[in-house]
Design a protein around this ligand. Sequence first.
Ligand code: NDP
Length: 448
Amino acid sequence: MDILDLIKSRDPNEREFHQAVTEVVESIKPVLDRNPHYRSANILERIVEPERVIMFRVPWVDDDNNIRVNRGFRIEMNSAIGPYKGGLRFHPSVNLGILKFLAFEQVFKNALTSLPMGGGKGGSDFDPKGKSNMEIMRFCQSFMTELSRHIGPNTDVPAGDIGVGAREIGFMFGQYKRLRNEFTGVLTGKGLDWGGSLVRPEATGYGAVYFAAEMLAVDGRTLKDTRSLVSGSGNVAQYAMEKLIELGSIPVTFSDSSGYIYDEKGVDQEKLAFIKELKNVRFGRVSEYAEEYPEAVYVPVDPTADCNPLWNHKADCAFPCATQNEINPKDAANIVANGVNVVSEGANMPTMPEGVDLFIQEKIMYAPGKAANAGGVSVSGLEMSQNSMRISWSREEVDNRLRVIMKNIHKRCLDTAQYYGTPRNYVNGANISGFTKVADAMMDLGVV
Ligand code: NDP
């Protein structure tokens, strides 16, 4: 049976997982043709099946003494090149299919970083919005009480993702340490005073901008004096905007799940400080930005609209940094029509397949998330190294390493795409390069 038919018939409801696998399978066809040993060893059938799926009940008590129950997950997808590594997502939309897609993408992303990390992903359908600090803490402790049986610094090292930031990592690390009576690098994204790495919070956003700069540099261009559309206003979006401003680009949009802001004059460092305080300290909504800066326009989400107007503004670059499938085919057409020629994905799989096809057809410099947002997991890998050596590197040291890693990922994707006859197709470059590394390791390790 064809691999896509197989996964669809086995798990018919896992739409996002099918989407992620389809993209990789399409890219690697020429690799399988040139390397029949991958086919005879059934590498594809093995790589789409998680090594282990853990699902568990997460009971917790809210502030009104009600007992609440959420569902917890950890997908241990592939450990051929290192311990499972990938974030935890807390969002009501979380289900097995979404986490399998994220874990699958993570396998190839981590391979691209050149660091020894396998792929995993996890989380819960818990919604942190509107919960008190104490509720968040009780939930995180209950979640970690079960998860702690399955992870460890040499086994599986989770990090943050949507809804899991420094606060949640702190509560989970505290509980792990208490249960195990050991202080180890079992999570990344830790606070600086208790084993974290400098530049980890910044790494994903900075990395997506470094990747865009590398793509432009191929044509001898830079980000200076460009205008950028950014979506999201969380961890990745904030630091993408910070690096854009530093490199001379003007971010003119950002968003959250209730709406988006268009600021014609652009976000500067002072306005960005307001956004960070709004989202990270007060956990507020982006509409407040327009109250603070009246020159900006706030547009609430219209659930009946066939496209997101955020993507319908004149600009040079686009950085989707919110969530999967946030750019539909119409949004992609608007992006192209508005003159954008660089798209660098801070989020995972934010562009729907028809949108990706359009970007490639229109020769947009398009970097898929598994390449462009690999800076986050790369610095997580550097956090693991620092924890193992019990040392801390300086900000410059970590940022320089991040820059070199992003430069190398870009070159690997570029060279691989060229070698396989699809020059500057970063989708093929990333998928083929990540796949061959993991597939070769799986061949070496035998049928396990
Ligand atoms: P955060 O939770 O910090 O921020 C997410 C942002 O996206 C928020 O502004 C949120 O709005 C918005 N958002 C989330 N879900 C939706 C939705 N369904 N519709 C509209 N807006 C939404 O998460 P991160 O910044 O960490 O993650 C953003 C993306 O980057 C995700 O795709 C994640 O997988 C990816 N990523 C993150 C990495 C990291 O290091 N953190 C590493 C690599 C990839 P609101 O405030 O209303 O919830």
